[in-house]
Design a protein around this ligand. Structure first.
Ligand SMILES: Nc1ncnc2c1ncn2[C@@H]1O[C@H](COP(=O)(O)OP(=O)(O)OP(=O)(O)O)[C@@H](O)[C@H]1O
Length: 366
């Protein structure tokens, strides 16, 4: 799966830009503030209808412009799809899919799996369980079509139950929503268990020959102690849940514990080693999505070189070369990164003040 053409209008410092990325590796170079991250942000926006940098989408709209538009031609399983996403200053979001208005973000997200690695991605180690749930649920969303519906049902039940906890309700009302909550929670947990087993197997295989990463274990915590049934726990915890105003047990509390010799990885590994681990996790996830859902996610990697020495960078590219993904990498200068990139499948672009040009003096396009 790859973006064949990307067009960006009034997005951050890009006025109007079209470019044809290579199907393999794309190195986007330029000085600070030139627009490298904005280009990755535009691809991410197209895939998710939101930004990874801000919750206020109007920030993406170019100063003095009324709306931002991102368009792309996507080749997936031999079929060409044209997708578009537009955001106005008034907050209106318009989605287009093959010439028609699309209603749900999920319709476009399904077409365009994107995995992002930025300096902020370290939150997967240092942030709370929510960061890790986002990570594995993204994979699940792509490999298990029913996950999205179960998740929507569960979210409704969780919201209703939390409202009952705050306002007080009859045992009958609790019984109804607890039952709903438990059914969708069990379905989500089964899907997560099965997906995380696949992810863990793929990860172990990927890092089997790596001296350090081969000692990393991924342990799934479903969100409650499974020695008890969830229904029992909801009943037992009702008074304390009511005091806190939310439900303490359930898949909304699930986590992926990342350990090295039974210790939390973030307390044992160096920043560079954690970055290697981050790449291995994302690549393992790409491989599972590619194998199960027959669509290889696009990888967006902002500032790849930061925190990695030459040896680690080489190891990262060894991993990246094993997958069949379209990859976008940003760097200030091309040289430190380009030497590790595959010569026959890399295109180098230069950004300056929101204008992108293909550099023909570096590796050309194949
Ligand atoms: N809404 C906007 N309209 C116009 N320009 C903007 C807008 N938002 C941000 N900018 C500018 O766009 C430029 C691009 O920023 P971006 O973060 O993409 O740069 P970068 O090349 O990734 O830089 P760095 O190497 O420092 O991370 C910056 O100069 C920023 O000030």
């Amino acid at each position: 799966m790859s973006l064949q053409l990307l067009s960006v209008t009034d997005f951050r410092n890009f006025a109007s830009q079209q470019f044809q990325p290579a199907a393999g590796f794309n190195l986007i170079c330029g000085a600070n503030g030139s627009g490298k991250t904005s280009l990755l942000e535009a691809i991410y926006f197209l895939a998710h209808g939101r930004s990874f940098r801000t919750a206020r989408l109007q920030r993406m709209i170019r100063f003095d412009a009324e709306l931002s538009v991102v368009h792309a031609k996507i080749m997936q399983s031999g079929q060409l799809n044209v997708v578009g996403m537009q955001r106005s200053k008034q907050g209106e979001l318009t989605l287009r899919l093959n010439g028609e208005t699309a209603k749900r973000l999920a319709d476009i997200a399904h077409l365009l799996p994107v995995q992002l690695i930025t300096p902020d991605s370290f939150r997967i180690f240092f942030g709370g369980p929510k960061e890790r749930r986002h990570f594995f649920d993204m994979g699940l969303f792509h490999v298990e079509p029913s996950f999205y519906q179960h998740w929507q049902l569960f979210s409704k039940a969780n919201k209703q139950r939390n409202a009952l906890l705050k306002q007080g309700a009859s045992a009958e009302q609790f019984r109804y929503w607890d039952n709903f909550f438990c059914q969708s929670a069990e379905a989500i947990t089964l899907l997560r268990e099965s997906y995380l087993q696949q992810l863990s197997d793929e990860f172990q295989q990927l890092v089997a020959s790596h001296v350090l990463l081969s000692h990393v274990q991924l342990q799934f915590y479903p969100g409650w102690n499974q020695q008890h049934s969830l229904a029992e726990l909801l009943l037992q915890n009702r008074a304390t849940d009511a005091k806190m105003g939310f439900t303490q047990a359930g898949p909304q509390k699930a986590d992926l514990r990342i350990k090295v010799e039974q210790q939390p990885a973030e307390e044992v590994l160096s920043r560079g080693q954690l970055k290697m681990l981050l790449f291995a996790l994302k690549i393992a996830q790409s491989n599972v999505i590619g194998a199960v859902a027959s669509k290889q996610p696009i990888l967006l990697i902002d500032d790849l070189a930061s925190e990695l020495d030459a040896d680690s960078m080489q190891q990262v590219f060894q991993l990246l070369k094993t997958i069949n993904s379209q990859v976008f990498v940003t760097a200030i200068e091309p040289e430190p990164v380009l030497q590790f990139m595959p010569q026959d499948s890399t295109a180098v672009f230069h950004v300056e003040h929101g204008t992108l040009t293909l550099r023909t003096d570096d590796y050309g396009r194949t």
